[in-house]
Design a protein around this ligand. Sequence first.
Ligand SMILES: *Cc1c(COP(=O)(O)O)cnc(C)c1O
Length: 616
Amino acid sequence: MKLKVCGMKYNPQEVAALQPDYLGFIFWGKSPRSFDGEIPGLPENTKKVGVFVDAPPNEIIAKIDKYGLQAVQLHGNESPEFCKALKQHYAQKPVKIIKVFSIKADFDFGLLDPYENSCDYFLFDTKGKLPGGNGYTFDWKVLQNYPATKPYFLSGGIGLEEVESLREFMSRPEAKYCHAIDVNSRFEIEPGLKEIEKLKRFKEKLMKNEMNVTPSLGKRSANSLYHANEKGYYGEFGGAFIPEMLYPNTEELRQNYIRIMEEPSFKQEFDQLLKDYVGRPTPMYFADRLSKKYGAKIYLKREDLCHTGAHKVNNTIGQILMAKKLGKKRIIAETGAGQHGVATATVCALMGIECVIYMGEIDIARQAPNVARMKMLGAKVRPALSGSRTLKDATNEAIRDWINNPVDTHYIIGSVVGPHPYPDMVARFQSVISEEIKWQLKEKEGRENPDYVVACVGGGSNAAGAYYHYLDDGDVGIIAVEAAGKGIDSGESAATSALGEVGIIHGSKTLLMQTQDGQITEPYSISAGLDYPGVGPMHAHLFRSGRGEFISITDDEAMTAGLEVAQLEGIIPAIETSHAFAIFDYREFKQDDIVVINLSGRGDKDLQTYIDYFKL
Ligand SMILES: *Cc1c(COP(=O)(O)O)cnc(C)c1O
């Protein structure tokens, strides 16, 4: 949601320092906020709007030229032809036209029709004595009848006290085309003198507000090159390669998942839980010492501060709500290291739903603390006794269970893997990560896009979430970090992009490590979460298309980097995440490059491994 602050007079420079998206200057002699000074230099992303009331065209044009206005807001009875003529006058360097309509209790939206093709935005204000600056709101419910798709500014008496009702408004369908919130008199000490602290608080609330209330759950452009298409393909990868008997289960999910995610009640509940239970938004922290050492502006997206210690819970919260909407009474999941098992058991406890976790017998022995956690949370942990008794055998058991219980059971997959629609659904749930990065970076750096986003890739869910809203933005470099284990050529690694070939795993066509006759190779990494023989289809496509840069990091490099982050920043990362930090020894960045690292999880669970490795 964009912010416009109108009625600049005495302290525009201070207001500009808050970097609103628009600053409004009123050129109307009768207004107490009428502007006739010099406009100070503004931040790059702040646009100058001139406000006029039935002014003659030559006057408007003179002001546009004198002040370099990027938009004009017309508050009088300007006709559609008038707007159109003004627009055409500036065909070369376009000036946006904002036409104002004042609303009392009711409004005839038919009045908008003739303006549809002659202005760029509408602005809805409260009808009062003066054009604007009256200090009270109109009933926004009127906008339920908004018939158009033209973006509009919401204006009229909005102050700090309106934050809650704005929050409610923004979760409604009619807010879809709301482009910006316009504020003025409620943030003033006297007409034209703005209260900076109050504006600052409003801006912060507005940004958080929007993100918290209407998570976009993976909004994207229709012709994206890097998101899944409706069959679940990312380029040549993805799809649903499943046994016939599984078809009804995945089909039920495929037919419903987007519709359910778009229901306002679903978004509301998802958002509320992410906020109150998970602790979102997670901070984005500028890592000063790390930045100095490596000569770039390094930010850490703190998914380690999520409840349960990693990003995985974003997905399990989403899926448990999905299961409830589908009327499911029972949850199954598979887990290797136990992290996904814990995140699943957690949300099942939260909702009071039966939970069965499949886990290889060997893994149960290796991951005793997580097994204990799952049991304490009330889940049943069932050992997989066949094959190598690790993750892939647990997956087979879970699939068998699902085939036998298609009606009442939902299978929560823990990463952007598995048959369509899982990779896309999980990516959408995790996309809250990049959604937050965008506004947090805007707050800190004045722009939404970093130069690079970096994440470690096991199956690829934390990475998918961190990349999601940047996939189609070519100015954002995408860096994926894989586990090279004891070295790419050692025979003991999980470097899927470097070593993988096209094949099918867990119902999805992707890159995976396999022998010449197509047997899946047992992967190895010191970090349990990266120890996976494939990657999700999104990542296979990012690799093959060249959109993503893939780097493989060994156990030793990751451990050293993890120790360094602990001692430079006071943060002990999960060993998975430590792989991402190791790229600074591989990859040069420019001094002013903004590099966001997704700090996927905390290292408490890995303490014993760190102790053994460093003999602490
Ligand atoms: C599970 C896990 C990973 C790997 O899973 P992705 O799906 O690739 O994100 C990475 N980091 C942490 C902390 C994990 O728990």
